[in-house]
Design a protein around this ligand. Structure first.
Ligand code: ZN
Length: 290
């Protein structure tokens, strides 16, 4: 009898252990499922924020383009051919980059410039709107940066490497509105400038394909590299490029050297990050360095 009871209690104890293990396993599985759901929500949230950011950036880009066509007209009327040329070179550059990256500038933007006779009032107006949106923009960019820092899988393919050696990676002119040195007006800066001096190495911010190498009177010698997820990076005012159009390059690969080709007061790297052809603030993407 005692033996039976003993056996029974051993059996009960064993059964409990198995059930206990089972419950532990179930709990682990539930935790894992919850974790997966939360990560998926985080990712969706990240995608949603990026889409909202991009919509706003597109609007600002089109306003910038429209402002440039308006300024061209304005300077033509004021008989300032040098300034007309500067604006025309900037428009040419935008058209080239947009065409290469498959971004379509709507005809209505090309035909209906914002800045006509009242270019100054318009510039002031643009300045104040740009200031408000710059705040939102920076906020979103820092959120993007946090997400990019935290998630290696999102970082894959996106231009996250600082394109010049770390010791030379000082931003001398940020993204956003600034007084244009030649035109003397507040005009949106579509990238950041690294005051790297002349002859600094320029690295590919991510792996990708060289889709354009060109010369423009304003931007000098420039290179566009297309990456995954519709992102691309642009490197301008270069002294020399050592990659050719159509070649595939790896993240960190040498593209060329900084210089002062085009219209610039001194040697520096003008660097842009574009998503689907639309310039976004690169500061949120400067995550890795070498
Ligand atoms: Zn610049």
């Amino acid at each position: 009898m005692i033996r039976r009871i003993l056996l029974l209690s051993v059996f009960v104890a064993l059964t409990n252990m198995v059930i206990g293990q089972d419950e532990g396993k179930k709990k682990l599985e539930a935790d894992f499922e919850r974790y997966k759901r939360e990560r998926e929500q985080d990712y969706q949230e990240f995608v949603r924020k990026r889409e909202a950011e991009l919509k706003q950036m597109e609007q600002e880009y089109l306003e910038f383009y429209s402002q440039m066509t308006g300024l061209k007209k304005h300077f033509a009327e004021k008989k300032e051919p040098e300034k007309v040329q500067v604006v025309q070179d900037m428009i040419d550059y935008e058209n080239n980059v947009a065409k290469t990256l498959g971004f379509k500038i709507p005809e209505r933007i090309k035909e209906n410039p914002v800045a006509k006779n009242n270019a100054d009032t318009q510039a002031e107006k643009t300045e104040s709107t740009a200031k408000t949106s710059a705040n939102t923009e920076n906020k979103i960019s820092s959120e993007t940066a946090t997400t990019l820092k935290a998630d290696n899988s999102i970082r894959d393919g996106i231009p996250v490497l600082i394109p010049v050696p770390k010791r030379l990676a000082k931003i001398t002119s940020p993204f956003g509105l600034r007084i244009h040195p030649t035109l003397g007006r507040p005009i949106k800066h579509n990238g950041v400038d690294f005051g790297s001096g002349r002859g600094a190495e320029v690295y590919a911010a991510s792996s990708g394909k060289v889709v354009l190498t060109e010369y423009n009177r304003s931007y000098g010698i420039y290179v566009i590299v297309e990456h995954q997820e519709g992102s691309s990076s642009v490197y301008a005012h270069l002294e020399k490029i050592i990659v050719s159009k159509g070649s595939r390059i790896k993240k960190g690969e040498l593209i060329g050297y900084t210089g002062k080709t085009g219209r610039t007061s001194g040697p520096h790297l003008h660097y842009e990050v574009r998503i689907k052809g639309i310039p976004v603030d690169p500061s949120g993407y400067l995550i890795e360095s070498r």
